[in-house]
Ligand binder design. Sequence first.
Ligand code: HEM
Length: 159
Amino acid sequence: QGDSKRERKLSAFIYETLRYTSFVPITIPHATTDDVELEGFHIPKGTVVFINQWSVNHDRGKWPDPQRFDPARFLDAQQRLDRDRAGSVMIFSAGQRRCIGDQLSKLQLFLFTAILLHQCSFHANPAEDLTMDCIHGLALKPRPFTVTVRQRQPVLIQP
Ligand code: HEM
């Protein structure tokens, strides 16, 4: 979102988090209102269709080493955000019924994360095994975990 090097790194981190977790793995189901021919496939009227966003975001042809969490894949040689690449992460669906909250969500994610990181540091609990296993549903949720949050010293903004 922003222009400084840190802001671009944060944007890259957020896009990689959206891609890697693909926490809305499939979109809301819709149904075709007519017979459709799509790239050689015949889809009859009334067929339930949805997008596998997880698969789009882990396509080896598009994302080198897709199982690796690597925010740098969104930065070019000058450390600028690659907007085409960022725009091809799919988490808000596609087409006429895609999410209307996408721009608002991206802005909120950026501000929320920036403010938290600016003020606090986050520490994993060494007694817990970190896992990407999740609870499945319309959205993927992390399994219960604990984290220690410390206010950064010196305090950056006085209350
Ligand atoms: C990170 C946050 C969000 C994610 C990942 C997300 C994702 C999605 C997805 C995958 C759909 C389904 C599109 C489809 O039917 O194919 C959707 C629909 C929708 N989203 Fe979001 N959404 C988010 C936040 C929001 C916010 C903040 C709002 C409102 C301010 C919003 C409003 C809507 C609405 C109204 C629809 C239905 C659109 C339609 O059926 O035409 N979403 N969203």
